[in-house]
Write a protein that binds this ligand. Structure first.
Ligand code: PLP
Length: 296
């Protein structure tokens, strides 16, 4: 990894064919953003791309951001910070704790600060941000998950020249930042489907519409299987089966839900014959260490 930015900008993610037994000849290929690098992978790299580039261009060498205790975003930021010799500060939701994610972050030099859930909820408020600025006057503050214009611009780098002939692009949705970026770089004749990983996600339709002029997209809101970071036995069984059959690990929070819903839609005959689907594996596998994938 000689140059971080060059690497991400020119990364041509491998594609895995997912065999589907269906008379309509449906083709699903998976774009493996989980395969970028052993530690640094997934959509979070793309969302950080311009955020970090911008911070460096503005002479900042300290980056502060927010996340939960198993945050893929903080994990990626900590590692990128180590590579780029940037000081990183992670504001973590909830009581002080230790887990593999946070241990990695610390080992890569991130300073962790725990804040109560109540305080964390205010993380986008002017008062809270002002407090952060007082406490860390030199830090460039990136919103949770890299959810901003620069994050969307970076996500637009995910689709490239190799993806022009897919009819449908599928990706999982948390804040919708990645989805918006992908919509913006899709072709007008492609349909972009977003699979919400959270309950009551209808409000995201308006959010996403704010950030794109295109109409070739649809947010699927019944793909949460109980809510954000919630799991039900059917989903767990699907994930195990999928991984055994296709030898591709899925993270429980986002990609397992997207793939499960895609397979259900295929069974419901929603897709036309011979459709070519590109499902974006957004990574997040480090999060499986939360035990969500095994505990019930
Ligand atoms: C954060 C994340 C998402 C959701 O991305 P948004 O831009 O917030 O919608 C999807 N998949 C994985 C693995 C993630 O870590």
């Amino acid at each position: 990894m000689t140059d971080f930015f060059d690497w991400i900008e020119h990364f041509d993610a491998p594609i895995s064919k997912i065999h589907v037994a269906h008379p309509n000849q449906i083709q699903i290929d998976m774009l493996r953003l989980d395969q970028m690098h052993p530690t640094l992978s997934g959509n979070k790299c793309y969302k950080l791309f311009y955020n970090l580039q911008d911070a460096i261009a503005n002479g900042k060498n300290e980056i502060l951001s927010f996340g939960g205790a198993f945050s893929n975003h903080l994990h990626a930021l900590a590692y990128a910070g180590k590579l780029l010799h940037l000081k990183t500060i992670g504001i973590v939701r909830g009581d002080a704790c230790e887990n593999p994610t946070l241990q990695d972050c610390s080992a890569w030099g991130m300073d962790l600060h725990f804040v109560t859930r109540e305080a964390y909820r205010q993380k986008s408020s002017t008062a809270f941000l002002e407090e952060m600025h007082q406490q860390f006057p030199n830090a460039c503050i990136i919103p949770e998950g890299g959810d901003n214009d620069l994050g969307r611009k970076g996500s637009a780098l995910i689709l490239g020249k190799s993806h022009l002939d897919y009819d449908v692009i599928a990706c999982s949705v948390g804040t919708g930042t990645t989805f918006s970026g992908i919509i913006n770089s899709s072709l007008p004749n492609q349909k972009v489907l977003g699979f919400a990983a959270l309950k009551n996600a209808d409000y995201l339709n308006a959010e996403i519409a704010k950030h794109t002029n295109k109409q070739n997209w649809k947010l699927i809101t019944d793909s949460h299987y109980g809510g954000f970071a919630k799991v039900n036995p059917r989903l767990r069984a699907f994930k195990d089966e999928f991984e055994a059959k296709h030898a591709i690990e899925l993270d429980m929070v986002y990609n397992a839900k997207m793939m499960y819903r895609i397979f259900e839609l295929i069974r419901e005959n929603v897709f036309e014959s011979n459709v070519k689907i590109l499902a974006i594996h957004t990574g997040g596998l480090q999060g499986n260490r939360s035990g969500l994938a095994s505990a019930l």
